[in-house]
Design a protein around this ligand. Structure first.
Ligand code: HEC
Length: 488
């Protein structure tokens, strides 16, 4: 009897798969009659088509999540299962658009209408129906109303449960372990937002990572969180002072305000907060003596403040586009700033008056680093070039091609460069561009920073994963996963 049933079921499945569209068309009315509360796939698909397909369809789908078929949805995305049949409160395809988990979907704009969320919720509760209701194709793309209201979970309870910090989320992964994709539930990842900045303390094993409106300070040797610091706005820039004592964060609220705040690293105590920008701060640095704070962003003006008095000491207005990075020279006398147009300006640190204009890049500047002697500046850009400039002559002395747009880079004291590429690679090169090592990542490398001892690299990709690589063999030895917050 059991054997018979099994065979029957298998047969039914095979038949259904083979004749799926036809069967559905014929059985459409029956499906509707079977239960008024059943949400059918065509209703859900219509919503996904309208709101999600732009980014979640086919091979290039963001987060590796294709929402265009039930099978693809069941297959999940880059962080594993996207849906758990019968459990909308544990399914990312409901939690993210319902804004119960981050990253919010769609990433920008308002939350989608509640009745559409109810459809998704009902469809998951009902077991991911593959049926198509008997409606005309034209109507299928617009009909989204739920027939009977579906029950929604209490938002607070859901968030609380999912936010629980588990050991797997913070402990280093076994380096040798196979990375098989989890089939069912896994801890819901909190960090999927793009990583805007990374900073490594020059004197201790501390790594600062932005997490929305807060900064997480980790010890990379055991991946423990040492400080959680709140910031007034979203964090876009992080930097440690040269003595490792102070951490600064720049950021703000888009189109409204921007500032730079500094804290004592060991205590988390706020030391200063400078700037009242009309827009976010995208780049910030603190001078080697801790006295000056430089900032820049979409307002195109580099402003320099005294960290003690909070007074503005200089403005550099020659940038014609968003300022993306800036850095004080090692001796603290000069400040280099790079913009989205590709121009690099060097200013006198104390006054912000112009010292040199370095033209050559044709594309956004993704990073700049001074040499130890303060007479040489290294810049990299999305034009795929790395350039060396001499500050005595204010001329470019050499350049090489990285083979792909450079999105971020760091350099060790010996001059070895680690380039984070848009082609989803980290290229480690000698100072003159000679290839030393190259390792591949699943996505564009958006941020990277070397640890203070140069032994490891913290790498963030465009999907929001932040991993710890051991430089000697390019093995992933850990992952930075933020602890939960209550306020998002
Ligand atoms: C404008 C592009 C865009 C749109 C529209 C969009 N997403 Fe996303 N989605 C992303 C990106 C990018 C990611 C990767 C995570 C990140 O960088 O924040 C992502 C990730 C996800 C993930 C996590 C996948 C994983 O396994 O990591 C889910 C679930 C998701 N989106 C669901 C949706 C749903 C449902 C909609 C429609 C309501 C939607 N998204 C609309 C861009 C988009």
């Amino acid at each position: 009897m059991r054997g018979y049933l099994l065979k029957f079921n298998l047969l039914a499945v095979v038949l259904l798969l083979a004749t799926w569209p036809a069967a559905c068309a014929q059985d459409g009315s029956a499906a509707v009659a079977a239960g008024d509360s059943e949400v059918t796939w065509d209703q859900v698909r219509a919503i996904f088509q309208k709101r999600c397909f732009a980014c979640h369809r086919g091979e290039q789908a963001r987060g590796a999540l294709d929402l265009s078929s039930v099978a693809a949805i069941r297959a999940g995305g880059s962080s594993g299962a996207a849906v758990i049949s019968g459990k909308p409160e544990e399914s990312l395809i409901y939690l993210l658009p319902a804004h119960l988990e981050t990253p919010r979907m769609p990433p920008s704009g308002n939350k989608m209408p509640q009745r559409e969320l109810d459809v998704i919720h009902g469809w998951i509760s009902g077991g991911l129906s593959e049926k198509i209701a008997a409606v005309s194709p034209a109507a299928a793309s617009t009909v989204v109303a739920v027939r009977t209201p579906v029950k929604r979970p209490a938002a607070a309870a859901t968030v609380g449960k999912l936010s629980a910090l588990t050991a797997e989320m913070v402990l280093p992964r076994n380096a040798g372990a196979k990375t098989t994709k989890p089939v069912m539930v896994r801890p819901v990842r909190q960090q999927l937002r793009p990583v805007t900045s990374l900073a490594a303390s020059p004197t201790s094993p501390l790594i600062a990572i932005p997490d929305g409106q807060r900064v997480l300070v980790y010890d990379w040797t055991d991946l423990s969180v040492r400080q959680i610091i709140q910031f007034s706005g979203d964090v876009f820039a992080l930097r440690f002072s040269r003595d490792g004592r102070i951490l600064i964060a720049g950021g703000g609220i888009g189109g409204q305000s921007g500032r730079v705040t500094g804290w004592e690293v060991t205590t988390g105590e706020q030391l200063f907060s400078v700037g009242s920008e009309p827009d976010i701060v995208l780049a910030a640095d603190i001078s080697p003596d801790g006295r000056l704070i430089a900032l820049g962003g979409p307002s195109r003006v580099v402003r320099i403040f005294d960290s003690v008095s909070g007074q503005l000491t200089g403005e550099q207005k020659k940038h014609t586009d968003w300022i993306l990075d800036l850095q004080f020279s090692r001796d603290g006398l000069l400040l280099a700033s790079g913009d989205r147009f590709g121009t690099v300006l060097v200013s006198e640190a104390a006054t912000a008056s112009e010292f040199a204009v370095l033209r050559g890049h044709n594309g956004p500047i993704s990073g700049l680093h001074w040499s130890a002697e303060s007479d040489q500046l290294i810049t990299a850009g999305q034009d795929g070039t790395v350039r060396y400039w001499n500050l005595h002559s204010s001329r470019q002395v050499s350049q090489f091609s990285a083979g792909a747009p450079v999105l971020t880079f760091d350099k060790d004291p010996a001059g070895t460069l680690s380039l984070g590429l848009k082609s989803a690679q980290v290229a480690v090169t000698s100072a003159d561009g000679g290839p030393l090592r190259n390792w591949a990542l699943p996505d564009e490398v958006s941020q990277l920073v070397l640890t203070q001892d140069g032994s490891h690299t913290v790498v963030a990709d465009a999907t929001g994963n932040i991993q710890l690589f051991r430089n000697s063999d390019a093995q992933v030895v850990g992952e930075f996963v933020p602890p939960a917050t209550d306020n998002r």
